[in-house]
Design a protein around this ligand. Structure first.
Ligand SMILES: Nc1ncnc2c1ncn2[C@@H]1O[C@H](COP(=O)(O)OP(=O)(O)O)[C@@H](O)[C@H]1O
Ligand code: SF4
Ligand SMILES: [Mg+2]
Length: 363
């Protein structure tokens, strides 16, 4: 199937320093990312904080220009879009922000917030039609028509994120990118918003690109997943394959750090060793070698190129064929309500695994 969105070796290097006492440098926030997203799928991007997820999302939306490489939406170069083409792109691709508290203008009513994109992208609508359309959009996200006359600060975090989603839907987009869309919400509300996004994606035939560091959310929602480390994708495949047969040591470490699905106590497993290095001074060779228990001399010198594994997913590791499945450790951790709520979501996601609601055939 023809991809709806592609990144072709995209890089974003931010110049830093250069002040009186600072050395000039480059933050390699995104450092050669290629991906291809199929219409109608939910594609997740995961990785630790600072690995470049938000920068990549902004490059895909052309909220940032890449240092090099191309982004292609629906066969057209995003990087070169100007004028009418750029305005069409703004209509077709929408963004849902992480923080529903700061992303909505407090001086605008909900009706105005949701109606504003309609003024831009559907100027032919009369005032009455626009109001009806806003009511329809609010209903789609589980809010009531009378909410249109209230202000965003009168709503809870979950409701505000629903307003943000209604606003994103207003232009009739084909693709929505959510940058950690539920991570600022209470755990009890997260699952509701996640399910709303899943339902909308399916009902409206939307393509979703979901950035999350919460693996439960990704397991629950996504069809495919890309794992990022220091600006590069290190593993990519169907969500089932990546969760059940992770090939890259970093993916394994991420999965090992989530609570055990079968353990009712909320105990988590191993933590990832060490700190993530700075993207302004990434280690040579494989950037993960400073934290990888399998690193060899080769890893310290040569950058591993992505290869396709027999089950059709991509991994960038010199030794993926030689590394045995990691033994499971059980390090007891907190039994906080938040951990237990997460576990409930994991279990729900695991049970739904076989007949995944958004499963589509592989391209
Ligand atoms: N405008 C910028 N100027 C300099 N560095 C930036 C800028 N934006 C992001 N970075 C750096 O790029 C890296 C990746 O950031 P980001 O994309 O926000 O990661 P993530 O969303 O995965 O947490 C971080 O080290 C961050 O400090
Ligand atoms: S290439 Fe080497 S250091 Fe990098 S993940 Fe593979 S084994 Fe670990
Ligand atoms: Mg981010």
């Amino acid at each position: 199937m023809t991809p709806i969105l592609e990144a072709q070796n995209v890089k974003k290097h931010f110049p830093t320093g250069g002040g009186l006492f600072q050395k000039k440098g480059l933050v390699k926030a995104v450092d050669g990312v290629s991906l291809s997203i199929t219409p109608g799928e939910t594609f997740a991007i995961v990785g630790e904080s600072g690995c470049g997820k938000s920068t990549l999302a902004r490059l895909l939306m052309r909220l940032l220009d890449p240092t090099s490489g191309d982004v292609v939406f629906d066969g057209k170069q995003v990087t070169a879009a100007k004028g009418v083409a750029l305005s069409a792109l703004r209509r077709d691709m929408q963004f849902i922000f992480q923080d529903p508290f700061s992303s909505l203008n407090p001086r605008m009513t909900v009706g105005k917030l949701v109606g504003e994109p309609l003024e831009v992208h559907a100027p032919e609508l009369s005032k009455i039609d626009r109001r009806a359309k806003v009511a329809d959009l609010l209903a789609k996200v589980g809010l009531r028509p009378e909410h249109a006359d209230r202000y965003a600060h009168e709503f809870s975090g979950g409701q505000r994120q629903r307003i943000g989603i209604a606003r994103a839907l207003a232009s009739g987009p084909r693709l929505i990118i959510g940058d950690e869309p539920v991570s600022a919400l209470d755990v009890s509300v997260q699952a509701q918003v996640v399910n709303l996004l899943g339902d909308l994606g399916r009902d409206l035939g939307l393509t979703l690109v979901l950035i999350a560091h919460d693996l439960a959310v990704i397991r629950h929602m996504s069809d495919r997943v890309a794992v990022m480390y220091l600006g590069k994708i290190v593993e990519q495949g169907t969500t089932d394959d990546v969760f059940e047969q992770p090939r890259h040591p970093y993916t394994r470490a991420l999965l090992d750090a989530i609570p055990d699905l079968d353990d009712q106590s909320g105990a988590s497993r191993a933590r990832i060793e060490g700190e993530m290095p700075s993207p302004s001074a990434p280690p040579p060779g494989c950037a993960f070698h400073t934290r990888c228990p399998h690193a060899t001399a080769l890893c310290r010198e040569a950058v591993p190129q992505p290869v396709e594994t027999p089950n059709g997913h991509m991994t960038a590791c010199h030794h993926w064929q030689d590394i045995p499945a990691a033994p499971r450790q059980t390090t007891p951790r907190s039994k906080s309500p938040a951990t237990l709520a997460r576990l409930a979501l994991y279990r729900q996601a695991t049970r739904g695994g076989a007949d995944h609601p958004r499963r589509i055939p592989n391209p």
